[in-house]
Design a protein. Structure first.
Length: 380
């Protein structure tokens, strides 16, 4: 693979310049000048490094990931800077790394930390439909992001430690999102939904935000395929539901894929409206999700080329070198709805959020897509 050398160099540069206190890929923390905390951004990156270790066997990735997570997890299973009762679904995401690390290292504290994170989901407030609130500070709100942050962890915990008792609940939350947040006209999903219809950013009738944001759509696609992967063959009916949802989402996305770069736009369905732009993180997420979906048999073989083109387009147009250092450009730093900044979720809002380099929200999914390319090459 032509990109292997440059990607390997780039990944090693990032981990060599990162510590748990100051990871080079967490641009939000670096800009804020605050100490690092347990967060979803680092969780994305550590999960990608663990998957990279799994396909390459390079212990440098495993050793770094173990040291990073070990820094936060205490012997009693509590996690430094993490409060389950903040009820923030973002904070569940890094918990996915605990399953892999515990299986390899057998550190008891990693097993205890899974219980700590699960305790949050036990008390997580819910909408009237039974969906987790995205955060305690966002009452009655469901964001696509939250499905990725929480549902794979939730499904894996239920299957590993509770005989699958909560699996129907997890599946129900996916079904609620499809029922409430999917636009039947184009098959895309709106970024967020307010079950109370009270937020300033939502439609007072539907409760929906107004745009189709690429990375949120990607989070949901990853939630579907990653959760599907965890489900045993005995859950064939449930798997069929997620398979159909995933396939129809990818089918809805493909008409918006750029013919030259293989990427998608920050606001998906308005690619020709200035100043919309090809966004790296969401495009990398879909590269990963599509190629993984093909590998698992969730998508037909013919879909693989769409994922490969997105991966190659990012490498060709967004991965570069400056002053001897490799950079990944074109990453939307953050986008959300509500709060003191009055994030209103309009097209103009998604255009004004900062575009940065080397943030893990773009780097991690590109690494995951790279892992899928390696799996393809090696037939595993």
């Amino acid at each position: 693979m032509g990109n292997a050398r440059i990607l390997n160099t780039y990944i090693h540069q990032l981990i060599e310049t990162s510590t748990p206190e100051a990871p080079a890929w967490n641009i939000e923390k670096l800009r804020a000048g605050k100490p690092n905390t347990w967060n979803y951004i680092d969780g994305c990156m550590i999960k990608a490094l663990l998957d990279l270790h799994g396909i390459t066997g390079d212990d440098a990735y495993l050793d770094f990931a173990d040291r990073f997570i070990d820094h936060f997890v205490r012997e009693d299973g509590s996690i430094a800077s993490y409060d389950p009762k903040a009820y923030n679904l973002d904070n569940v995401n890094a918990g996915k790394t605990l399953y892999q690390l515990y299986a390899i290292t057998e550190k008891p504290k990693y097993r205890k930390a899974m219980d700590t994170i699960y305790s949050q989901l036990e008390g997580q407030p819910r909408t009237v439909e039974g969906s987790f609130w995205h955060k305690l500070i966002y009452p009655n709100q469901v964001w696509l992001d939250g499905l990725y942050m929480a549902q794979p962890f939730y499904m894996q915990y239920e299957l590993s430690f509770r005989d699958g008792r909560g699996c129907p609940d997890s599946l129900h939350q996916f079904e609620v999102v499809r029922e409430r947040m999917r636009d039947d006209r184009n098959g895309l999903y709106f970024h967020a939904y307010d079950a109370s219809r009270e937020s300033f950013w939502c439609d007072p009738v539907t409760g929906l935000s107004s745009c189709f944001w690429l990375r949120a759509e990607g989070w949901f696609a990853m939630a579907l395929v990653d959760t599907w992967e965890l489900m045993p063959a005995s859950m064939s009916g449930e798997r069929d539901i997620l398979r159909r949802m995933f396939r129809e989402l990818i089918d809805a996305m493909l008409p918006y894929q750029d013919g030259e770069t293989g990427m998608w736009s920050q606001v998906i369905n308005l690619p020709n409206i200035a100043p919309n732009y090809a966004e790296t993180s969401g495009s990398a997420i879909f590269a990963y999700a599509i190629m993984k979906g093909v590998r698992l048999g969730v998508l037909p073989e013919s879909y693989f080329e769409a994922g490969r083109r997105a991966f190659q387009g990012i490498c060709d147009t967004k991965l570069g070198e400056e002053d001897g250092w490799l950079t990944l450009d074109g990453i939307c730093l953050v986008a959300g709805l509500g709060n003191a900044d009055h994030r209103e979720g309009t097209f103009e809002y998604y255009m004004r959020e900062p575009v940065v380099r080397n943030d893990a929200k773009g780097v991690a999914p590109l690494v995951l897509a790279y892992v899928e390319m390696l799996r393809r090459e090696r037939g595993v």
